[in-house]
Design a protein around this ligand. Structure first.
Ligand SMILES: [Zn+2]
Length: 98
């Protein structure tokens, strides 16, 4: 058992500097491309797959990454509790060990 202070904290999403990726997906056989750095490269995979298989329905997904970070000094303490030693984070609510 660990004594913890419980409170609410503000979390913010920020777009990661990781480059956007694109992935093509065949709706006929579920084959998919590897991640591509451009939509054009994913579309090229669709055309090559169509040429080999004659499959004619595709989706191209945009894949972006976001990083969540807790804002500093935004925790409002709502009490203390004895808790087990486990991570206890749900949505924007978090517990900080004191
Ligand atoms: Zn296919």
């Amino acid at each position: 058992m660990t004594r913890r202070r419980l409170g609410f904290a503000l979390w913010r999403l920020r777009e990661s500097p990781t480059p956007t990726r694109y992935r093509a997906h065949c709706l006929i056989c579920a084959a998919h491309s590897s991640d591509a750095v451009s939509a054009g490269a994913a579309q090229q995979w669709c055309l090559e797959h169509a040429g080999r298989t004659h499959h004619s329905a595709y989706e191209v997904a945009w894949i972006g990454r976001f990083d969540a970070a807790m804002e500093d000094n935004t925790t409002d303490i709502i009490g203390t509790a004895d808790t087990a030693d486990t991570a206890d984070t749900v949505h924007s609510r978090s517990a900080r060990q004191s």
